[in-house]
Design a protein around this ligand. Structure first.
Ligand SMILES: Cc1cc2nc3c(=O)[nH]c(=O)nc-3n(C[C@H](O)[C@H](O)[C@H](O)COP(=O)(O)O)c2cc1C
Length: 339
């Protein structure tokens, strides 16, 4: 299974193509719309999100509400279509400067339009197909934000107030989100090669989310400070992965999201035509991306894990895959009961 997206932040459409997804999976438009809404209306987002409605169309790969096994193509309409004027002032912390150098352009907008996290809406649209597959296989994927602005224990009572305070101060916030996956069959992924290890595939998917700068599985960086005796007392600290394979326990992934780089009051930059110092102002930026990124993280993980399931169990339709997974669960349960 593989997927691709195309499209720019203020272009007519974003497109997502999902190839190798099994037939016979019921996916409703309501389900996809609900997932897109979770990303769009997550706490901390800017006024642009109120203007977007993520209207979409499934143009291939489905018949009568079921996937057919053919490539799924989803087209998402952009409501906000005013392409910003050309600018030779790169925004610090964004793809602008490196992208301008790489593609030999003085126009940062050409880089921004595709580097924008608007693209993650297409990943969510495709990921919602993967989420449905997991649901049919009894696998749960959830996410939560565990830290905002360096403070733990995020709760909805204080979150909005903290975001509002930052917005009023012209500042932005980073945070940490966690994705938990329950009831995964053991033995997904492989220890034989570095790129088959499930951790490396998940790391690529999660670090591929705009603004994600850190990734850990289970106890992650904290394990480095423990002795082996202590660490082995907490097998859940391996986060559901041993030797690059699922071990039958819950999978826990954690990502650090940097503070949104687009500052409403402006960040020091320079006009590359003439090298005059200039402020790069981002009036329409989100105050924090961590809540929306958590939703994207669920979908990115769902896509990767769906690929790993199909690698292990094969099968072209849900009717073929489901009994294989159930049989495998019985076999592994029998083996584990002997421990
Ligand atoms: C869902 C989501 C929304 C984001 N919204 C903004 C935003 O409004 N303004 C901004 O400056 N960065 C935003 N970001 C972060 C930037 O896209 C990201 O930091 C930038 O593309 C540079 O990439 P890098 O941080 O991965 O190097 C968002 C990220 C995500 C995942």
């Amino acid at each position: 299974m593989r997927y691709l997206t195309a499209g720019e932040s203020h272009g007519k459409y974003l497109a997502g193509i999902l190839e190798g997804f099994p037939a016979g999976v019921k996916v409703t438009k309501d389900h996809i719309a609900a997932q897109l809404r979770r990303r769009r209306l997550a706490p901390g987002r800017s006024a642009r999100q109120a203007a977007e409605n993520d209207e979409f169309e499934i143009v291939s790969g489905m018949r009568g509400g079921l996937t057919t096994g053919a490539p799924v193509c989803v087209l998402l309409k952009n409501s906000v279509r005013t392409i910003p004027r050309s600018s030779s002032v790169p925004r610090p912390g964004h793809a602008d400067l490196a992208g301008m150098l790489k593609y030999g352009t003085m126009d940062a907008v050409l880089i921004r339009e595709r580097a924008s996290a608007r693209e993650t809406a297409a990943r969510v649209a495709l990921g919602s197909f993967a989420l449905r597959l997991h649901e049919l296989l009894g696998i749960s994927i959830t996410s939560k934000v565990t830290a905002l602005d360096g403070q733990d224990a995020v709760n909805s009572g204080t979150t909005e107030a903290r975001i509002l305070r930052a917005r009023r101060a012209g500042d932005t916030l980073g945070g940490i989100f966690e994705v938990t996956v329950g009831n995964l069959p053991a033995g997904l992924g492989d220890f034989n090669h570095w790129d088959l290890r499930l951790g490396s595939r998940l790391a690529a998917a999660m670090l591929g989310i705009n603004g994600v700068k850190g990734f850990e599985v289970g106890g992650g960086f904290g394990l480095a400070a423990m002795g082996g005796i202590e660490a082995l007392k907490h097998p859940e600290l391996s986060g559901g992965l041993d030797g690059g394979m699922t071990n039958g326990r819950a999978l826990t992934l954690r990502c650090a999201v940097k503070p949104v780089p687009g500052l409403p009051g402006g960040a020091p930059s320079a006009d590359l035509r003439g090298f005059r110092k200039k402020l790069s102002v981002s009036k329409t930026s989100d105050t924090t991306a961590v809540f929306a990124a958590a939703v994207v993280g669920e979908h990115a993980a769902a896509l990767e894990l769906a690929g790993a399931l199909l690698d292990k169990f094969g099968g072209d339709s849900i009717g073929e895959i489901l009994p294989r997974v159930e049989q495998w669960r019985k076999t592994t349960k029998r083996t584990l009961s002997g421990l």
